[in-house]
Design a binder for this molecule. Structure first.
Ligand SMILES: [Fe+2]
Length: 378
């Protein structure tokens, strides 16, 4: 049966996310002193409490700026010339990077537990740190739902990639709730290594019953977390919405699209990819090369764990990474790693540069900028 989309050019799922985004923007603008508009009363008490908590943490982060001494554009250009595709795993290369682009406080690792944004010298934002952004009941819901994906989490003791290698994960017998491993899904992506030869396709997990079931359950959480991107990175948000709209209007852009209508009916994230990384004890220092330098990955950390830490060795920053923390990070620029003790899931939402380029004719890449956000009025 051909997919049916009705007369609209935007999916109802994305409209829902945009409605939440509007609420968050009003509350955020008030939080940073740019609005006196009262909160909308279109939502339930539970929803407004949850939105308020997220918007208030975003506003607190925005008012706590940490500024690096260099320009992100210079860093990007330097990486393009000297280490295109730098993975962040070569210590000697990273020592050279640090000479050119020093950390926040040279010779010191700054430890933080309070929300902040990390900016370059021009106010371009490279990270939002949002501890306590997700309420407990939201975390619990997200955690329970991951059981649906049990059986899809994969690890491999022979994998040459740290992302999949068994050695970085908890032992299976120590995992009481969820199996260790990762699973990734996207309504449109290129199979790894085949971006030039193969068309976009719906990822394998979203062609299976359990992937579809999970994305439908996760829909309200993805809407909440995705809506935060409208504040964190206005340009990426607009581009992401455009990519999702184009996909919704023209499903034939994507191969193997039999389940695409059902996927897009539930896909509230403006970002085109979601990975669940489950019970990985150690995430080694790395950059995420599939993104654009200017864009954020949004990471949500949940579970039953202690001593969660994220470190940005290049920026000289370490943060407490407890359950309920959201992080927006320019992961292609900033080297980062993470560790924890106990059962933890990281749900990463991101967009791949090659996918957006295939979906949007003018794929303009711009940095999130603090002075632009500071002028946000509602
Ligand atoms: Fe990463």
């Amino acid at each position: 049966m051909p997919p049916t989309y009705g007369p609209f050019s935007r999916s109802p799922a994305m409209i829902k996310t945009m409605q939440i985004a509007h609420y968050l923007c009003v509350r955020f603008a008030r939080g940073i002193g740019n609005s006196t508009q009262v909160d909308s009363d279109d939502w339930t008490l539970t929803e407004t409490q949850e939105f308020n908590q997220l918007a208030d943490v975003l506003a607190r982060a925005f008012k706590n700026k940490k500024m690096l001494s260099w320009k992100a554009d210079d860093y990007k250009d330097w990486l393009e010339v000297n280490g295109k595709g730098a993975r962040g795993t070569n210590a000697e290369f990273e020592r050279r990077v640090a000479e050119e682009f020093p950390p926040l406080v040279p010779g010191v690792i700054v430890f933080e537990t309070e929300p902040f944004i990390l900016c370059d010298i021009k106010g371009n934002i490279l990270m939002w740190y949002l501890p306590g952004a997700l309420k407990n009941r939201r975390q619990l819901k997200m955690w329970k739902e991951l059981k649906i994906l049990q059986g899809s989490f994969s690890i491999d003791e022979y994998s040459s990639s740290w992302r999949k290698n068994t050695s970085n994960y908890m032992k299976r017998e120590d995992c009481k709730t969820l199996a260790p491993g990762t699973v990734s899904m996207a309504p449109a992506w290129f199979q790894q290594g085949h971006a030039k030869s193969n068309p976009l396709e719906v990822s394998a997990e979203l062609r299976k019953a359990r992937g579809l079931r999970w994305i439908e359950n996760f829909s309200d959480s993805a809407a909440l977390i995705g809506a935060a991107l409208s504040i964190m990175h206005t340009w990426q948000w607009q581009l992401a919405i455009q990519a999702m709209d184009n996909l919704y209007r023209d499903p034939d852009l994507v191969a193997k699209n039999e389940t695409l209508p059902r996927v897009l009916n539930a896909w509230t994230s403006p970002l085109t990819g979601i990975s669940v990384i489950n019970n990985r004890l150690e995430t080694p220092t790395h950059r995420d090369r599939g993104s654009a330098y200017e864009w954020f990955d949004i990471l949500s950390s949940i579970g039953k764990y202690q001593n969660g830490y994220m470190r940005l060795p290049g920026a000289g920053v370490e943060v407490a990474y407890g359950p309920g923390t959201l992080v927006g990070i320019a992961g292609k620029i900033l080297t980062h790693n993470a560790s924890s003790v106990g059962e933890r899931a990281c749900i990463a939402q991101y967009m791949k540069d090659n996918v957006v380029t295939a979906l949007v004719t003018s794929n303009h890449r711009r940095w999130a900028n603090a002075s632009y956000i500071g002028r946000m009025e509602m």
